[in-house]
Structures are given as structure tokens and as C-alpha cells.
Design a protein around this ligand. Structure first.
Ligand code: F6R
Length: 242
């Protein structure tokens, strides 16, 4: 695991965008794994800027979202499909049909999860997976205790995660209890994972997954086993590292 500490989210976004740009220029059909939440937003802003100003094209690229809430109506402002569209894919030239997300409203959730795994495989697998990390160490919505071998499936959010995400909703009561998320095994199949964490509220989770034991209680610690994992931190998020 390569850990890079940078002064601010602006530099983090620049470095992450450099990696994504290099990939897209080398392999225009690259498959990007797209996270939501606050952490990747500066990266999406920077990629949208490079598209508008430098002609960086995503026309042949593919995108796969990490996760989705269960129970939000289609088109809900906070559904991750909508967030990814609004924050990233609508701002670049990626083909709408090339952007995929787990189906949080499928009648047959098991079949939909298997179908999502099949779609990722059919696209050739994820080349670069963008990740944030939860204050409880989750990646995707793989909460503490998730199996390292897990694949896309339905999960229950912990209260802490619902509280953390309540800022996107009018009240915590509106935060769904369930999600469909890529599993840790799915995430580990990505050829490069690039995790971004900023702010002092992430310091303990960062210490746990970077320096702690690899253990299911801290899902992100599985990344210690990934052959190409890059962790981009600001100084506050890195402040508990030894
Ligand atoms: C989002 C996701 C989550 C977030 C994590 C951190 O698709 O899968 O793991 O990355 O909850 O969220 P932020 O970045 O909002 O602190």
C-alpha cells in the first residue's frame, strides 16, 4: 500500500486526476470504479475541468458505481445513480449507456447483484477504483465484519454510517437502512485502487486500516493485501499515523 500525504484536497484531486488521465490516455476504453460521498467530489471537479479545458475524453470509457441505497425512488436526489450523474458523468462525454450502478430497487435482488458482477466482468474488470473510507473503516458499504471474499450483495448500514450520511438528507429518518454494495472481493479485483481520505474525522479509520491488523472489523484493512493500492491523505486524515 502506497500512502501519500498532501497539503489539501486540491493536491489530492490533482494527483488522483493525473492517475485517471494517464489511464484514459493509455486505454481509452478503461473501466472506472466510481465512489460517491464527499471524498471523491474534488476529483470529479478536476476531471470535469480537464474535459472542458484540455479535451480529456471519456467517450469510450465505462463507469461502475460502488453502491446504491435500497428504497429510494428512481431519480431521488440522493440516489447514488443520480449523484454520479450529477457530479461526474453528466459533466464529461462518457456515454450514458456505459455508466452502471447496482440496482437498489430490483424485485430479485440476488439476481440483480449477480448480474452486476457479470456486467463488471463483461466490461473487462475495473481498471481503477476510486474509494472513500467510512469513519468505521467501511469501503463501499462493507461495514465492519464484512467478509473479505464478499461480492455484490445487500447490506444493512450501521447507525454510525446513517448518522454520517444524514447530512445529505433532511433528517436521519430519511437515510435508508439498506444498500446494495460491491463486496470486498469485488473491490479487491480492481487492478488499481485509489482511496482518498481528508479531515481529522477520518484519522482513526485511516490509522486502523493502514497500520492496524488486517481484520474484518476494519473492512478497508483488506487493502493491505492489494498489489496496487494508493492512499491519498491530507495532513488531518494522516494525523494519527505512527
Ligand atoms: C460511497 C461509499 C462510501 C463512502 C464513505 C466515505 O460510494 O461507498 O464508502 O466512500 O462512506 O464517505 P465520505 O466521502 O462522504 O466521507
Amino acid at each position: 500500500m502506497e500512502v501519500v500525504i498532501l497539503p489539501s484536497s486540491k493536491e489530492i484531486a490533482g494527483l488522483a486526476a493525473d492517475a485517471i488521465e494517464a489511464l484514459i490516455r493509455r486505454k481509452p476504453t478503461a473501466v472506472l470504479g466510481l465512489a460517491t460521498g464527499s471524498s471523491p467530489l474534488p476529483i470529479y471537479d478536476e476531471l470535469a475541468r480537464r474535459h472542458a479545458e484540455d479535451g480529456l475524453s471519456f467517450a469510450q470509457a465505462h463507469g461502475f458505481a460502488l453502491d446504491e441505497y435500497v428504497g429510494l425512488p428512481a431519480g431521488h436526489h440522493e440516489s447514488y445513480r443520480e449523484v454520479i450523474r450529477r457530479e461526474f458523468t453528466n459533466r464529461v462525454d462518457i456515454a450514458a449507456g456505459n455508466v452502471h450502478g447496482p440496482d437498489g430497487s430490483a424485485k430479485d435482488v440476488l439476481a440483480a447483484c449477480q448480474g452486476y458482477e457479470d456486467d463488471i466482468k463483461a466490461a473487462g474488470g475495473v481498471d481503477l477504483q476510486i474509494l472513500g473510507v467510512g469513519t468505521d473503516g467501511h469501503i463501499g458499504f462493507n461495514e465492519p465484519g464484512s467478509s473479505f471474499a464478499s461480492r455484490t450483495r445487500i447490506k444493512t448500514l450501521l447507525e454510525q454510517t446513517r448518522r454520517d450520511n444524514a447530512r445529505f438528507f433532511d433528517s436521519i429518518d430519511q437515510v435508508p437502512h439498506h444498500v446494495v454494495t460491491q463486496g470486498l472481493g469485488t473491490i479487491m479485483d480492481a487492478r488499481h485502487v485509489l482511496l482518498v481520505a481528508t479531515g481529522a474525522h477520518k484519522a482513526q479509520a485511516v490509522r486502523d486500516f493502514v497500520e492496524g491488523p488486517v481484520a474484518a472489523i476494519c473492512a478497508a484493512s483488506v487493502l493491505q493485501f492489494h498489489p496496487h493500492a494508493t492512499v491519498l491523505l491530507d495532513e488531518a486524515a494522516a494525523s494519527a499515523l505512527q
